[in-house]
Design a protein around this ligand. Structure first.
Ligand code: ARG
Length: 566
């Protein structure tokens, strides 16, 4: 695809000796409205150099520049030089690129040869997979797809919470009150139930806590019975999680959770010892971080057992050795900001030169609108229930809108789940947000179904038109205001991906595809597509086809599917 901004840079660089191309490129802006052209060069910085008012400089520069086949007009306006691209040339460049690249439109090989780890979701075993987990899961999956689109070797890791003293408690609870068959039927809820019971009973019988600690010690010591029970708990929990991942269309390259590092911690603790970082405090080994205005990191408890942070340190060291990552990304709620700050600091103190390549990508809280779902026991809202409900409600909406649709179940699944994912990714991730079914599932307004519907509409136009001759397209037909707005949106996808990736912000892509859908719908409402004039018809169909493709690619980056009909 032609880089029109670069054309403007070249044009300017040929006449301005005082700035190099990179400096010019940084100064170039996109004007706030179309009448001012496609790109603008502000002359304020040159005022000192030329000892002239910016508007005079703009006039001089505009005079000097000769338009060419890609830039058709150059106009001074105030302190700016405005550039108008040749619309037919841009239409041709963009549409040809989209249609020839197909599903790969927007991708680049920018990150080739570099490995990026994206760790996300990471639920705790034997605990409910609840609505709060959706954020890490969905944001992480999209960030992974963005890095892949940029050509990185992206790897997904689910750092399962499958280790720690709570397993001692679970083992005690199972041995005392658990019926394996009952648990098997409904693992997470039953395990949660006996886990809660453990805490209730431990209030009256503190010895239970000692028993639990002893079982965790046994687990750490690889006692056969403890390991077997632990393995069983992990397996049944993972089956449940995988059901939800299946609904969301998500899979992981690795499920190396906390337990994976149980034999990799001595090594890092030794490094800490060698570097003289450890201090004794009430029998525990800690790293004092007062100097950095943080509470101490507890590395080993007085009974020798390790902690969450110890495992995270071992995990980072292992990942560096195993993957030699370029970046190691953790998509984890902002409640854990302090944990990750302490962890990075410890890695730095240990002398890990790559600590700066580890990135915590935090996000805000999700809460449910009052009355969204009647909560099951324990006031936990299960993610699976939210997704099922979304599908169910969508099914009703689709049946009403399009009663003749064939595969209503499949479409409702794609739209219902797509809607929840899209809503999740529509705001700056750090913002807290309130989940509402009505807002999420609406076919109007800024929602996933609206974008999916736009895609289905484009597919429907193409179906009705039958085959069109993409070689008989006259791009000069696509220079009207509505058409050209769509073309300019189509052109933005690669840049949106780059920006979203650099900031780890999927919402840049969801906002982008919303703008594209809106521009397309405006074009659709104002223009007839299937008309007698073959040249105009073919040209408009090419635009429809390129839009269909670009929406599909954008939604795929968010983990949202694009049904052909809905
Ligand atoms: N299991 C943790 C939780 O649910 C999240 C793990 C985040 N990842 C990490 N490497 N610490 O709170």
């Amino acid at each position: 695809m032609r880089d029109y901004k670069q054309d403007v840079v070249e044009l300017l660089a040929s006449k301005i000796d005082q700035l190099d191309k990179a400096e010019i490129g940084e100064l170039i802006e996109v004007p706030p409205n179309k009448e001012m052209g496609d790109y603008a060069f502000p002359c304020f910085k040159l005022a000192k150099v030329f000892k002239k008012a910016p508007n005079m400089i703009a006039e001089d520069i505009a005079q000097l520049l000769e338009k060419n086949e890609t830039i058709e007009k150059v106009m001074p306006a105030g302190g700016y030089v405005n550039f108008f691209v040749n619309k037919a040339s841009m239409a041709e460049s963009v549409i040809s690129e989209v249609l020839s690249k197909g599903d790969c439109y927007g991708n680049s090989d920018y990150g080739k040869g570099k490995t990026v780890i994206v760790e996300f979701s990471s639920p705790n075993i034997a605990k409910p997979f609840h609505i709060g987990h959706i954020r890490s899961t969905v944001i992480g999956n999209s960030i992974y797809k963005l890095y892949k689109a940029m050509g990185y070797d992206a790897v997904t890791i689910n750092h399962l919470g499958d280790y720690g003293t709570q397993f001692g408690k679970l083992i005690v609870a199972i041995k005392r009150w658990g019926d394996l068959e009952v648990i098997q039927q409904n693992p997470i809820q039953e395990l949660l139930k006996i886990y809660i019971r453990f805490h209730d009973e431990a209030e009256n019988e503190p010895a239970l806590e000692d028993e639990a600690r002893a079982w965790f010690k046994k687990l750490e010591g690889k006692d056969a019975e403890a390991v077997q029970l632990w393995q069983w708990i992990r397996d049944v929990s993972l089956q449940e999680f995988n059901r939800v991942y299946g609904m969301l269309g998500i899979s992981f390259d690795s499920y190396a959770g906390e337990s994976f590092y149980s034999d990799k911690m001595d090594k890092v603790v030794n490094i800490m010892e060698e570097k003289g970082l450890l201090k004794k405090s009430e029998g525990a080994d800690i790293i004092d971080l007062e100097e950095y205005s943080m509470p101490p990191a507890i590395i080993r408890k007085s009974d020798g057992s390790t902690l969450y942070i110890t495992r995270d340190i071992a995990a980072a060291v292992y990942r560096k050795e195993h993957y030699d990552f370029y970046k190691n990304i953790y998509v984890v709620a902002s409640q854990q900001n302090l944990h990750f700050k302490q962890w990075i600091k410890v890695l730095e103190l240990m002398g890990c030169g790559w600590a700066g390549d580890c990135v915590h990508v935090p996000f805000g809280l999700v809460s449910l609108e009052e009355g969204t779902l009647a909560t099951r026991k324990g006031r936990v809202v299960f993610l699976e229930d939210v997704l099922s409900k979304a599908v169910e409600k969508t099914m009703e909406i689709i049946r009403e809108k399009n009663p003749d649709i064939d595969n209503v179940e499949e479409v409702a699944r794609q739209v219902g789940i797509g809607a929840v994912i899209f809503q999740e990714l529509y705001n700056n991730r750090i913002k807290d947000y309130v989940f509402s079914f009505d807002k999420t599932l609406s076919f109007e307004g800024e929602t996933g179904p609206y974008v999916q519907y736009t895609h289905a509409r484009a597919c429907s136009v193409l179906r009705k038109a039958g085959a069109y001759d993409s070689s008989a397209v006259d791009f000069s037909v696509l220079t009207g205001e509505d058409e050209f707005s769509v073309i300019k949106e189509l052109e933005r996808l690669p840049g949106a991906i780059e920006d979203a990736c650099a900031k780890n912000e999927p919402h840049i892509v969801s906002r982008y595809v919303m703008d594209l859908a809106k521009a397309f719908n405006k074009f659709y409402h104002n223009n007839q597509i299937i008309i007698d004039d073959q040249k105009i018809k073919n040209s408009r169909l090419a635009l429809v086809d390129a839009t269909r493709q670009t929406i599909k690619n954008s939604l795929a980056l968010l983990g949202v599917q694009s049904p052909d009909r809905m």
